[in-house]
Design a protein around this ligand. Structure first.
Ligand SMILES: Cc1cc2nc3c(=O)[nH]c(=O)nc-3n(C[C@H](O)[C@H](O)[C@H](O)COP(=O)(O)OP(=O)(O)OC[C@H]3O[C@@H](n4cnc5c(N)ncnc54)[C@H](O)[C@@H]3O)c2cc1C
Length: 463
């Protein structure tokens, strides 16, 4: 006999989508159960956003200290540093633990019942938990199972072939690492490993790094890879790994075979919605490619079955999952909501960082919109100079007729923090004059935002 638990809302998956939905539902007084098979916080807190940014920070500190030990224009003289990667990983794990226990505490505070175990769908209102004599019966089922790493058939994970998960918890550093895939995850980790002293190569099938962004924007990142000594193999396809010679077999653009000797291969070719292994088939939901199809309310094709986050496709970003989760809880509570953000910021924590929010010059051209595109270089920004960084720029895209801002892009040191101002200006329907007329604190990188707007109006002050 199964023990049955009744609830209003049942959430499968405790990543940023699921746990935020649960917290908001708890705040709104909705009886909520959340089932999580691994650790609360999901990919984001445990093996994604947070661990990667922690490792990037360690790498940057090590790299800077090393640079000062060689030659310091700043007048700092230090001995060459050494690295205790076990301690670095322990520090990163400490942050993850603090955040995941924080999530557990918030769920408890808001009265959410958390069940640790793997959920298995019976029907749209019934879920059982594997290995536990437990069934949960609900009015609303929220699917938030996230995504998993895309594997390449010729490079099965195991041994020297690793995914981002293993790369974020190294027990030792390899001498040489080859990254397959020059998207944001591959480059963030590739750059971090290089700064930690590893010889890094990147193999990419397309002709550019970060192929989803325009080449003007990615140029400063490409230059930085060169400066860091990362070898790029663009337009190269991967054929497999030869363990006897410890080499990655690739084909160059002319079709000639090439063997890249390496100790580890990091496969970073993307992520796919996690739709397998929990009997999702039982619901026969409408799909959108490999993702679950949802409408502007995150409703699936079955009434009272909702889907959010990576499971619902691109953009697979933690902040989108959280915003969807919050909205679904509010809809279930009877509030009027739609998921219609003007823009969702995408940030690459590469060196330099890159941000895209809203429409790009290419987008507006394709849509036939008459727009002004203007950019302001960090080479003319005092704060950037004090941060020893002059590469990159802020770019604005605005309608020519009424100056409504449609998009922002930036590349440069620390620009991830500008994503907030960019997203706010778009959501608030700001015009160029609004940003140009706002007094921006000096000296900040944000002044480049104001100057880009001024330049679009034809009168940048510091250029
Ligand atoms: C290396 C890396 C770096 C990243 N960096 C960033 C970044 O800087 N910024 C950003 O916005 N995004 C980043 N992401 C993406 C981000 O992690 C995801 O977009 C986000 O975690 C998606 O949230 P989610 O709630 O949809 O799913 P997930 O976080 O994947 O959570 C899903 C949860 O569901 C659980 N689950 C699945 N199936 C079941 C089941 N049957 N029963 C019980 N539990 C189940 C899983 O165990 C998991 O905990 C990164 C990802 C990676 C891999």
């Amino acid at each position: 006999m199964h023990q049955t638990l009744n609830t209003t809302l049942l959430i499968i998956g405790g990543g940023p989508g699921g746990y935020v939905a649960a917290i908001r539902a708890g705040q709104l007084g909705i009886p909520t159960v959340l089932i999580e098979g691994q650790a609360l916080g999901g990919t984001c807190l445990n093996i994604g956003c947070i661990p990667s940014k922690a490792l990037i920070h360690v790498a940057e500190q090590f790299h800077q200290t090393h640079a000062h030990s060689q030659h310091s224009a700043l007048g700092i003289n230090v001995a060459p540093p050494t690295l205790d990667i076990t301690q670095s990983v322990a520090w990163k794990d400490g942050i993850v633990d603090r955040l995941t226990s924080g999530v557990a505490a918030l769920l408890k505070k808001h009265g959410v019942k958390v069940i640790h175990g793997w959920a298995r769908i019976i029907d749209g209102k019934t879920v059982e938990v594997d290995g536990q004599d437990l069934r949960v019966q609900c009015e609303h089922l929220l699917l938030a199972t996230g995504s998993s790493t895309v594997e390449l058939p010729m490079l099965p994970l195991g041994g020297p072939i690793i995914s981002s998960t293993e790369a974020l918890a190294p027990t030792h550093l390899p001498k040489r690492l080859t990254v397959v895939g020059a998207g944001y995850i591959g480059l963030e980790l590739g750059i971090a490993y290089r700064k930690l002293g590893v010889e890094v190569s990147v193999v990419e099938a397309r002709e550019r790094i970060l192929p989803t962004y325009d080449s003007e924007l990615t140029q400063p990142v490409a230059e930085s890879l060169k400066k860091l000594g990362i070898t790029l193999y663009l337009k190269h396809s991967v054929e497999g790994f030869d363990s006897t010679t410890q080499s990655l077999k690739v084909r160059d653009p002319a079709g000639e075979p090439l063997a890249l000797t390496t100790d580890q291969v990091l496969v970073a070719v993307g992520r796919r919605p996690r739709t397998q292994g929990f009997n999702l088939e039982a619901l026969d939901l409408k799909m959108n490619g490999s993702a679950i199809a949802i409408d502007a309310h995150c409703q699936t094709s079955m009434r009272n079955v909702w889907a959010i986050g990576d499971l619902s496709g691109e953009p697979m970003l933690a902040h989108r999952a959280m915003a969807q989760g919050e909205m679904v809880a509010e809809l279930i509570a009877g509030k009027q909501r739609r998921f219609e953000p003007v823009a969702i910021a995408a940030v690459c924590f590469t060196d330099p960082e890159l941000v895209v929010v809203g429409k790009t010059p290419e987008n507006v051209q394709q849509e036939g919109l008459d727009c002004i595109v203007a950019q302001f270089p960090f080479a003319a920004n005092g704060r950037a100079m004090t941060l020893e960084s002059k590469s990159g720029f802020v770019r604005v895209v605005a309608r020519r007729d009424n100056h409504l801002i449609l998009g922002w892009q930036a590349v440069g040191v620390g620009v991830s923090e500008l994503s907030t101002a960019f997203a706010q200006s778009l959501e608030m329907g700001a015009c160029l004059e609004d940003v140009a007329g706002t007094i921006h604190a000096h000296p900040t990188l944000g002044e480049a935002v104001q100057e880009a707007a001024l330049r679009a109006l034809g009168h940048a002050l510091h250029l």
